[in-house]
Design a protein around this ligand. Structure first.
Ligand code: ADP
Ligand code: MG
Length: 367
């Protein structure tokens, strides 16, 4: 029987951080790093899951009842997809599924969404000739929210499913519409810098920020009841928020949404210098107003910003560790890697990792 291969990328968010759950604009891009899935059909009614980066393997019967179990470890992601397909009446084929990846896991580059999307795409491809990618993104988001229990927004699955080479994906998280914005870096490189810091705080702080934004919206709605999302609020309207912390959270959200709009304009005229300045401003706002950065990300980003030839740098993803991105001239990339690596280990005791990657396509079958 013939092996079939599929690929789903990781993603970075270029700008528009913590806006998806505030009904705002986000601007992710798919990477050329990602998860490759080999599907080997079998005919004994079983599915076997394996991944060289994980010792845990699992074999189930297609007809088994499937529920989330902690001891199933990483296999919960493909199991969630299989369970949801069965629930919605899709045929699930008997096969071996082998995951190979060059995408760092648990670093905010959405390896979980890549595993979900590549699994669903591969399994559905066995019986369906055309898969609607927006539908696929929503299907996988539902698995991450309900089966895995992570309350992520729509950005990760959209970017992994719908990304396009040399383009950023603009998503309007209120209208659930998307558009492609050309993004050519020319003589510059989009460098990913990993703090390699375990993101232990991220879940509780994520929920705390969501609650703070809901509170900001509630205050605004007392005077303007037709506002549905914090991102719709005009900057001066947040003055009525008296609590200092809630005010700062709202200020990040409304200014970040304006920055995304500015970035779209700058990318349309390929003005990378202004984009870099907006990246720096985004980081500053996430660090000072939204307070989701932390010593490791700040050290890394500030060190990168000091390097001549670096147009801008910012944390990307939920924060408290994970990754940052820098836009740096190709001739200065090595200098930046050395400088940031040196400063970072000196201040944090941790080794940074760097990935030079390009903007790639969303999920696909490999020939
Ligand atoms: P992120 O999505 O930012 O990478 P998550 O914590 O959401 O971080 O997801 C990481 C988890 O996804 C891993 O701990 C693992 O369970 C699963 N995963 C990611 N890539 C792979 C892979 N190649 N093989 C098996 N499991 C993977
Ligand atoms: Mg994830």
């Amino acid at each position: 029987m013939q092996i079939q291969k599929y690929f789903a990328p990781g993603r970075v968010n270029l700008i528009g951080e913590h806006l998806d759950y505030n009904g705002g604009l986000v601007l992710p891009a798919a990477l050329t790093l990602g998860v490759e899935l080999a599907l080997l059909p079998r005919n004994d009614g079983k599915i076997q899951l394996s991944s060289p980066t994980h010792s845990h393997t699992l074999e189930i019967d297609v007809s088994d009842d499937i529920a989330f179990q902690t001891e199933n470890d990483w296999c919960n992601y493909p199991l969630g997809i299989i369970a949801q397909m069965k629930k919605e009446g899709y045929a699930v084929p008997s096969c071996n599924l082998i995951y190979n990846s060059n995408l760092p896991e648990g670093s905010g580059l959405s390896s979980s969404a890549a595993v979900e999307i590549v699994t669903a795409f591969a399994l559905l491809s066995q019986t369906t000739s055309r898969i609607d990618l927006v539908w696929l993104a929503n299907f996988c988001k539902q698995v991450e929210n309900e089966f895995i229990g992570v309350q992520c927004g729509i950005m990760d699955q959209y970017a992994v499913a719908l990304g396009r080479q040399s383009h950023a994906l603009l998503i309007d998280c209120a209208a659930l519409k998307h558009d492609y914005i050309p993004f050519e870096t020319g003589d510059y490189v989009l460098l990913i810098m990993n703090t390699n810091k375990p993101r232990s705080l991220v879940l509780s702080k994520y929920n705390e920020r969501k609650a703070e934004c809901e509170e900001a919206l509630r205050v605004i709605q007392t005077t303007t009841s037709d506002i549905k999302n914090l991102c719709e609020v005009v900057p001066h309207a947040i003055q009525q928020i008296t609590d200092e912390i809630i005010y700062k959270r709202a200020r990040h959200v409304v200014t970040e949404n304006l920055r995304v709009k500015e970035v779209i304009k700058t990318l349309q005229v390929n003005d990378l210098s202004t984009f870099g300045r907006l990246m720096n401003a985004s980081h500053q706002s996430l660090a000072a107003d939204y307070e989701v950065s932390g010593m490791e990300l700040d050290t890394m980003v500030h060190a990168a910003q000091q390097v001549k030839g670096c147009l801008g740098a910012r944390m990307t993803g939920a924060g408290f560790g994970g990754c940052a991105i820098a836009l740096v001239h190709t001739t200065k990339m090595e200098e930046l890697v050395n400088k940031v690596g040196e400063v970072y280990i000196k201040h944090t005791g941790l080794m940074a990792s760097f990935y030079q990657t390009e903007i790639g396509d969303g999920v696909s079958a490999l020939l």
